[in-house]
Design a protein around this ligand. Structure first.
Ligand SMILES: Cc1ncc(COP(=O)(O)O)c(C=O)c1O
Length: 495
């Protein structure tokens, strides 16, 4: 029996040929991926409206609502459009903090969700390290690993972005100590076994992970020590003594500041190398986001990341790329680090958000700890979420959604460039050219823009101190871009 609601249909055409080439001409004629998506936003009450206010008050009795953005009606949200409880429908370019890839109520995902395979995996959740099903290998090979970054062919699955990062850090530390000990066969010493039980060296070594200023890698204990975006995330939580390097601060437009920016990147690379060589707690891995996302949409060039890879190779430090926010198509390539053309792949790549599952990819078998139960949890991920990721991958491939995102991003960027010329004070440092729809800019009135955007029917997020960040879904098309551009101009005129 299908649980698909009548009328909720995804277009059956295989691909959108026009959207597969990068074009900056409007594709008004392009068919929407969701045939029943609204033709535009509808705002009929103030936001929040009376129903939302009432529901928020009720929720507040049992759940902290101080971070509430809007109470959502997920039964009515479709494709790129999010609905609230007052009948308002907004074009959503925030997409659950960049984590919805193929649209609200995607019919293919509904099919996956109601399949017998899904039901079995939901009601019989395995402790994956101990009792995986016979299908687990196939689920991984036809899903998570089908899109593994070049050069990486194995995965540890996890529950969320922070979790993925933390288990990657653990893998880095265990790998490092294994090398120091003389390889996987070398036994732990009595001293190590005893000292680790009282959190002391050498069993609990003072190793570190190097991350960057303004980085965001999550909020669990270990990941939080590499997060450097906002103090409020970190306050009161004990942290490791780990080094931070400066992330390049590029000037825009890039074409006009090429030399300065190259110098800035060189300066940051020198700092990384110096910290690796001199920091008192030896660095086991360098952790970096391809585009610092929560920290304000800070970009660096492929040359910078190539430089990082070179330094990590030279200094025998692992190179971990955090693709939690950038991964799964948003930058117009499946993985953002595909833009870098690295000679040697990263040692580990972490993922979550649009994958709807999480984990880290790796290739070197020595990154598996030398004994079982060293990298272990009850669940170690979730097959039902891995099935959803496989469904997402099927949709991305069927509809050519990475190509769509590259093309729509170019179109949207051109429109934003026009707006930035017209309203330079509200569109500063426009960035993300050639990076799909992963676009941002700064505005001194950022918070006002985000609030007013809702009232004209657009749900947008911010990042860092002053950036407006766009994180539309992969099904965002040129006609959505047109609506967004028009509404943004409307907001600017209201300021
Ligand atoms: C780059 C990056 N890494 C890690 C995380 C943490 O992921 P999660 O919130 O799923 O733990 C985030 C979340 O925004 C992120 O953007």
């Amino acid at each position: 029996m299908s649980a698909l609601r009548p009328g909720l249909k995804l277009r059956s055409f295989a691909r959108l040929p026009a959207a597969r080439t990068i074009s900056t001409t409007p594709l008004r004629a392009a068919q929407p991926y969701f045939s029943n998506e609204p033709s535009g936003p509808t705002v009929s009450t103030a936001i929040p409206g009376p129903n939302n206010k009432k529901a928020a008050a009720e929720l507040n009795e049992v759940f902290d609502v101080r971070s509430l953005n809007m109470l959502t009606d997920y039964t009515k949200s479709i494709g790129n459009y999010i609905s609230d409880l007052d009948g308002n429908t907004l074009l959503d370019v925030y997409a659950q903090i960049a984590s919805i890839p193929v649209g609200y109520n995607n019919p293919h995902l509904e099919k996956v969700a109601t399949s017998p395979e899904m039901i079995t995996s939901l009601i019989n959740r395995p402790a994956l390290g101990n009792f995986p099903s016979a299908e687990w290998a196939n689920i991984l090979k036809t899903g998570v690993l089908k899109v593994a970054p070049k050069g990486l062919n194995q995965v540890y699955t996890a529950m969320a972005g922070s979790d993925a990062n933390e288990i990657a850090y653990k893998a880095a530390f265990m790998y490092r100590r294994q090398l120091e000990r003389g390889g996987p066969e070398a036994d732990f010493s009595e001293q190590e076994l005893e000292s680790t039980m009282v959190n002391q060296q050498p069993g609990s070594p003072q190793l570190s992970i190097l991350s960057f200023k303004s980085a965001f890698h999550g909020r669990l204990f270990g990941s939080l020590s590499t997060t450097r975006s906002k103090a409020i995330h970190k306050l009161d939580i004990p942290a490791f003594d780990w080094p931070q390097a400066t992330f390049p601060s590029l000037k825009y437009p890039l074409e006009e500041h090429a030399q300065e920016n190259a110098q800035e990147e060189q300066r940051c690379l020198q700092e990384v190398e110096r910290l690796i060589k001199e920091y008192h707690n030896p660095v086991a891995a360098v952790m970096v986001e391809p585009i610092q996302s929560e920290g304000g949409d800070n970009h660096a060039s492929p040359a910078f990341f190539q430089g990082l890879r070179d330094i990590t190779k030279r200094t025998n430090v692992l190179f971990i790329v955090d693709e939690v926010q950038t991964g799964v198509g948003a930058t117009g390539k499946f993985w953002a680090h595909d833009h870098w053309n690295l000679d040697t792949p990263p040692d580990m790549v972490t993922f979550s958000k649009k994958a709807q599952t999480a984990g880290y990819y790796y290739g070197n078998p020595a990154l598996r700890p030398n004994k079982p139960y060293r990298q272990f949890n009850t669940w170690m991920g979730d097959p039902s979420r891995a099935l959803i990721f496989r469904g997402i991958i099927e949709e991305i491939e069927r509809l050519g959604l990475v190509e769509n995102t590259a093309a729509t991003g170019a179109y949207l960027y051109a429109g934003l460039e026009r707006l930035s010329k017209q309203y330079p004070q509200h569109f500063q440092n426009l960035r993300g050219k050639g990076q799909g729809t992963f676009i941002a800019w700064d505005s001194p009135k950022r918070d006002e823009i985000l609030a007013k955007a809702k009232n004209v029917g657009v749900n947008i997020g911010g990042s860092g101190q002053s950036a407006v960040r766009l994180r539309p879904m992969l099904i965002f098309q040129n006609h959505h871009a047109d609506i967004l551009l028009e509404r943004l101009e409307q907001v600017i005129k209201m300021l």
